[in-house]
Design a protein around this ligand. Structure first.
Ligand code: C2E
Ligand code: CA
Ligand code: CA
Ligand code: CA
Length: 275
């Protein structure tokens, strides 16, 4: 609290308008950053757990702000979602990431798989599938190597999602359910959908080695993946013990600080030539 002498009501309203002002500035700044290509995309490797080889990367947006420094997505993605800016931002990230990653090899010398986050508002656009197709055509990125990460709530909220997912599948793009286990998707929702991968949320990985419940949950999600013939990936792996246990439990892939942090394209390129 700044000024303890003031009464609470005054403090509260002042705080509110300050926040509104801050938010408007952030929206404006974001719009400008998109228009002037001032955002950045960092890439975090995704590894096959059996041999710890790199099979893909996830694109994660960054906002280098002139006054605020590097602004974390946790601060501006919610603002972008509420204001609708996420639609332009998401398209910008998709285009930039496809352009950046096209031609880069995975551990087997094939096109590196690229995972891009898609927010519900983007997904809901009538022209979303067309936008994806346009970006693929324009960048030459092979559809087979593109994976879109959508959240459990996106799958659920939208009755139309099945049709959109089918259209994306026809393009050859694959779909992953992000933050899996944190939403409320019933098995019946997942069953009928063309989903390629489930991405086990970091919160389960965090408790994995200390908490039997977390382990049971992960076991259940892996079993679900197997029975629905979906691949599995765990995010937020920070400890060797977590990676080893996930490998033993049969999780296909992993991502986390243990293996690599999200990095700028230049560092990703360097790490590829050094292998
Ligand atoms: P997410 O999609 O669940 O992405 C994973 C987040 O976990 C990233 O945070 C990543 O840097 C972080 N992370 C990776 N490994 C570890 C680890 O071992 N430990 C810990 N503690 N964290 C780890 P980041 O980059 O700050 O992004 C946060 C969220 O912002 C993302 O969560 C995603 O929901 C959203 N986001 C980021 N980029 C985009 C984007 O281009 N579009 C949309 N719609 N959302 C995005
Ligand atoms: Ca993600
Ligand atoms: Ca996630
Ligand atoms: Ca998460």
């Amino acid at each position: 609290a700044k000024s303890q002498g003031r009464n609470r009501y005054q403090f509260f309203t002042e705080d509110m308008s300050e926040r509104t002002h801050e938010r408007m500035q952030m929206e404006q700044g974001l719009r400008r950053a998109i228009e002037s290509d001032a955002l950045e995309v960092h890439y975090q490797p995704q590894l096959r757990l059996s041999d710890r080889q790199r099979v893909g990367v996830e694109a994660l947006v960054r906002w280098p702000h002139p006054d605020l420094g590097m602004v974390a997505p946790a601060r501006f993605i919610p603002v972008a979602e509420e204001s609708g800016i996420i639609e332009a931002l998401g398209l910008w990230v998709l285009r930039r990431a496809c352009r950046d990653i096209v031609g880069l090899p995975d551990c087997d010398g094939r096109q590196m798989r690229l995972a891009v986050n898609v927010s519900v508002r983007q997904f809901l656009r009538d022209d979303f599938v067309t936008q994806v197709l346009e970006v693929l055509t324009e960048t030459g990125f092979p559809a087979e190597a593109l994976e879109l990460e959508i959240t459990e709530s996106t799958v659920q909220v939208i009755e139309r999602s099945a049709g959109i997912l089918d259209a994306l599948k026809r393009l050859g793009v694959s779909i992953s359910i992000d933050d899996f286990g944190t939403g409320y998707s019933s098995l019946s929702v997942l069953r009928g959908l063309p989903i390629d991968r489930i991405k086990i949320d970091r919160s389960f990985v965090l408790d994995l080695t200390e908490n039997d419940d977390a382990r049971a949950m992960i076991d259940a999600m892996l079993a679900l993946g197997r029975s629905l013939r979906m691949k599995t990936i765990a995010e937020g792996i920070e400890l060797a013990e977590q990676a080893d246990l996930l490998t033993r439990l049969g999780c296909d892939e992993g991502q986390g600080y243990l293996f690599a942090r999200p990095m700028p394209l230049a560092d990703l390129r360097l790490s590829l030539t050094r292998r």
